[in-house]
Ligand binder design. Structure first.
Ligand code: NAI
Length: 309
């Protein structure tokens, strides 16, 4: 096929330079982990304030990492932070920032059209060998890739929040992703000291495909008046060994994000409707603006810094 011809023309990429689009929570985390592991990284955001915020997220996270890695050695801590920061460039110029990239990781807003527009533009300006990846949680990788002519060099790298702490990366291959591209992505994860797992391009990949229906069923237990959120959380922590109960997790992820994901999956129609059937309780909380940790109130109240009240 034309894909196998073009994939052999682009042998496995030895990724050295990574450009990350989006300097929000996820983008900043990915930039930090890449820089800590000797990649040259460019962090891009359209919004200069967001770029500044991304840098602040990285600096304060690096301070914590440095203290852990070099306890009682202020000089080594400083060297580690300076070295990591020196691997990071920032830019608001999407085109210029993609010129030297071996790998582009997109972590911008969760909107299919916006992501397609970005990649259609990048396809024209990035080098031929550059691999493209999305960090999307809920959109089909294949749909995003369609906006480009390099579907063989396109895959998913799904990181988890908080990126510096969470060891897992789901590496997603579409039917068009070449073996060479896929191998390069696995190699990048390993060099970032993450543990990759492979998954086909399916709704929620592995983790969210299992977690989201479980969280929806937790909501139904409460809605039917069978148990309280507190008791469900205690039950799953002490009875199933989960580090967080489903309501604590929902507040952490954001109830708006959860609703966005299930609404999207229902529309796509690729998974059993019953698993993601709407729950009134969720829709009501979201309509009231009670999104969880980030808004100060979800199933639990939170104080300013996101801790439980
Ligand atoms: P965020 O909203 O914190 O950050 C997105 C950033 O992208 C903003 O700073 C915005 O200014 C910037 N941006 C928007 N359009 C842009 C463009 N065309 N070029 C450059 N920058 C642009 O979002 P967050 O939470 O960091 O998520 C980003 C992506 O990561 C989403 O696709 C999301 O589904 C995915 N994700 C999120 C997780 C989470 O727990 N928040 C977990 C795993 C994946």
């Amino acid at each position: 096929s034309s894909f196998s011809t073009s994939s052999s023309a682009y042998a496995p990429t030895n990724v050295k330079n990574i450009t990350v689009f989006g300097s929000g929570l996820m983008g900043a985390g990915i930039v930090q982990v890449a820089a800590q592991n000797a990649f040259n990284v460019t962090m891009v955001d359209l919004n200069p304030d967001a770029l500044k915020k991304g840098q602040d997220i990285i600096t304060s996270s690096l301070k914590r990492v440095a203290k852990k890695q070099f306890p009682e050695d202020a000089e080594k801590q400083k060297q580690f932070i300076d070295k990591t920061m020196s691997q990071i460039k920032t830019s608001t110029d999407s085109e210029a920032a993609s010129k030297d990239a071996d790998l582009i990781i997109e972590a911008i807003v969760e909107n299919l059209k916006t992501k397609q527009q970005l990649f259609a533009m990048l396809d024209k300006v990035a080098p031929e060998h550059t691999l493209f990846c999305s960090n999307t949680s809920s959109l089909p990788i294949g749909e995003i890739a369609k906006a480009t002519k390099r579907t063989d060099r396109f895959g998913g790298l799904h990181f988890f929040n908080p990126v510096p702490q969470m060891k897992l990366v789901e590496v997603i291959r579409t039917d068009s992703t070449s073996q060479d591209s896929f191998d390069s992505l696995l190699d990048v994860c390993t060099r970032m000291k993450k543990t990759p797992v492979s998954c086909k391009d399916t709704p929620g990949f592995i983790v969210n495909r299992l977690l989201v229906p479980y969280m929806m069923e937790s909501l139904r237990i409460v809605e039917r008046g069978e148990a309280t959120p507190q008791d469900v959380d205690t039950a799953m922590k002490l009875g199933a060994g989960f580090p967080m109960g489903p309501f604590e997790l929902a507040d952490f992820v954001g109830l708006d994000t959860m609703k966005f994901i299930v609404d999207g999956w229902r529309k796509e129609g690729k998974i059993d409707d019953n698993l993601v059937a709407p729950v009134k309780l969720l829709d009501e909380l979201v309509a009231q603006g009670n999104f969880g940790r980030k808004s100060g109130q979800g199933f639990y109240p939170y104080n300013g810094v996101g801790g439980k009240k």
